[in-house]
Ligand binder design. Structure first.
Ligand code: OAD
Length: 244
């Protein structure tokens, strides 16, 4: 922890990648593991373009349920520690989380790698509806919701399996791999291309670290693996950095 704090303190460019584990202490379920969403639901029924084409009602009921759940959650100590770092020059946060809790904690310049559950866009897509709009209404008054421009089906503004990363987010994340310290927090590191960012950062010569209470696919690659929860490790790390 001390070594990582020294590295962060000296870094001109610090990049953090987060996954579902960062929001676990806020009450947002993770995807994998014993309590994970993918234990009770099949991703191919709910989080693919094919699933949406087959049954938009079912897909939207699942997203409406998650939106309600997330709406009742607050950012935790891990989000707040990251928010404090986001005011440093040369900081970048790339999150796979669609819950918006980093933004609610006040984190600046969030790269939403997998989109946002609070954004919608036209599924057709019509020209006006291809630009996303924010809708924080919970529950949604009409499921499935409609595009306000053409009346067709709207879809969640998230990245599903089999889809590409939004162009701007992909570019920003790629640029952020050119950093001095790269920290991966609360992700199982099995979903690509997000998991590849760590390898890319290593290639650029970054000091790499992971915070996760469980061993992950990235554990053997990083310079330091801290087996702690994000909500315990990050505030502690933040204090160490401040005292450097
Ligand atoms: P996962 O559910 O795959 O992994 C969550 C990770 O968080 C696990 O490695 C846990 O050990 C760890 N964890 C649990 N509690 C923690 C805590 N309190 N502090 C720190 N870590 C903790 O979630 P992601 O890696 O984010 O994509 O999943 C990546 C993508 O797969 C998601 O964005 C989503 C999913 O399917 C799509 O839906 C396209």
């Amino acid at each position: 922890m001390r070594e990582l704090a020294r590295r962060i303190s000296a870094a001109r460019r610090l990049t953090i990648v987060t996954g579902a584990g960062v929001s676990a202490a806020s009450g947002v379920p993770t995807f994998r593991g014993p309590q994970g969403l993918w234990k009770s639901f099949r991703p191919e029924d709910l989080a693919t373009p094919g699933a949406f084409a087959r049954d938009p009602q079912l897909v939207w009921e699942w997203y409406d349920w998650r939106r309600k759940l997330i709406d009742g959650c607050q950012p935790n100590a891990a989000h707040h520690a990251i928010a404090a770092w986001s005011r440093r020059p040369g900081f970048a946060l790339v999150t796979q989380n669609v819950d918006g809790l980093h933004e609610r904690a006040g984190t600046q310049h969030v790269v939403r790698y997998h989109g946002s559950i609070w954004n919608l866009r036209c599924a057709t897509p019509c020209e006006a509806g291809s630009r996303e709009w924010e809708d924080r209404t919970v529950p949604l008054p009409c499921v499935p919701p409609r595009c306000p421009h053409c009346g067709g089906l709207a879809r969640p503004g998230v990245v599903w399996f089999g889809e590409g990363i939004p162009e701007e987010a992909a570019r920003a994340a790629q640029a952020a791999t050119a950093c001095d310290v790269f920290l991966s927090v609360g992700t199982s590191s099995v979903v690509y291309p997000a998991a590849g960012l760590l390898v890319e950062a290593k290639r650029h010569g970054a000091f790499t670290a992971e915070i996760n209470p469980e061993s992950t696919a990235a554990a053997g690659i990083v310079d330091v693996a801290i087996a702690m929860t994000a909500e315990d490790a990050l505030p502690q790390l933040h204090r160490f950095v401040e005292s450097e």
